[in-house]
Design a protein around this ligand. Sequence first.
Ligand SMILES: *[C@@H]1O[C@H](CO)[C@@H](O)[C@H](O)[C@H]1NC(C)=O
Ligand SMILES: *[C@@H]1O[C@H](CO)[C@@H](O)[C@H](O)[C@H]1NC(C)=O
Length: 381
Amino acid sequence: MASVFLSKIVLVVMLMSNCAVTAVLGIRNLETTSSKAAVTPNVPKGELNKDIIPAFVIFGDSTVDAGNNNYMATIVKSNFRPYGINFEGHVPTGRFTDGLLVTDYISQKLGIPMQLPYMSPDAHGERILSGVNFASSASGWFDNTAKHFNVMGLDTQLEWYNNWKTEVLQLAGPTRGNFIISNALYAISTGTNDWVNNYYLNLHLQNEYPPDKYTTLLVENVRNYTMKLYSMGARNIVVLGLPPLGCVPSQITLHGHGNSTCVKRLNDVAINQNNQIISTIEAMKKETPGARLIYTDIYYPIYNAFQDPQKYGFKYARDGCCGTGDLEVSVLCNRVTATTCSNPSEHIFWDSFHPTSHFYSQLADYMYNLVKPIILAPPNP
Ligand SMILES: *[C@@H]1O[C@H](CO)[C@@H](O)[C@H](O)[C@H]1NC(C)=O
Ligand SMILES: *[C@@H]1O[C@H](CO)[C@@H](O)[C@H](O)[C@H]1NC(C)=O
């Protein structure tokens, strides 16, 4: 109970500081641009390349949002410093990290340009043939989660996907266009906000659904949205599981009773949901001929790094780089009221909620190695 109220206070603080900080950040917003860097390294033989995976299409939340929220009337933004200090040109693009996201690193590995946010005015023409990014920070599997923050849930993201398909077919013609749509790699990275920015702040939702029922609802959405994406033409679909919710710095601060260790109760919620997603995806393989449905665990990569940071090249696990590292995220992580650590790469977490670019690069290696053999093997019969 206490922690629910504490979370509410934090939310109120976030809302209040928004007013005070906006004046300063308003100026900073001018610095925001969409990412232009087109990285096209030579991809060695036997690896995935743009002839196999011509495009990368991204759905989800702030773990993969490349700047869509910049264009929305929401407080959930990161298009100001210190976000982006390690991005090319030190530009705060709206990515919730210091540099590149996991999806950006994967695009580099595929040898295709990084995907522009769908809302960007630049996201038209040739550039979208290698995919686009539909993710919106603060959204979840449950559309109600996005509504609280006036951002776009998966319902809207899939409508946008339909528009993208139409534009691809117009630009590339039916043969090439359909090749792009059915051979693209699709990723859905979401789910944390359904719990930490919705359920645990929302007594009404808690009264309506006990935790188990809520998990069932979320997993039903995983199934429905993955099936919908398949029915719309996607074939190579990566579904990410939940991270260890209890190891996220802000959650240790809010729910950890003063301990610096991961909150087991929250981690158990994540493990339980992940197990149900795994069996749901497994069952769906029989109903999705021609598809490759790939569940990607991110729980253990993060949990293991948290337990033994040195082993993975990090010095700090519990504290993010921005501010105290315990609570600052979005408007609270800004260069006016929060200091930034000297070397983000030593931290697993950038702010109290999101990993650093250094951690994302490791996660990208792990995901690429997991996905590659599945893509190179035949799809579901
Ligand atoms: C999932 O789809 C089924 C079948 O269309 C529907 O009955 C159910 O209400 C959907 N679940 C959610 C959570 O939207
Ligand atoms: C702090 O963590 C220890 C070890 O996990 C645990 O035994 C203890 O109950 C925790 N204390 C509180 C107040 O939660």
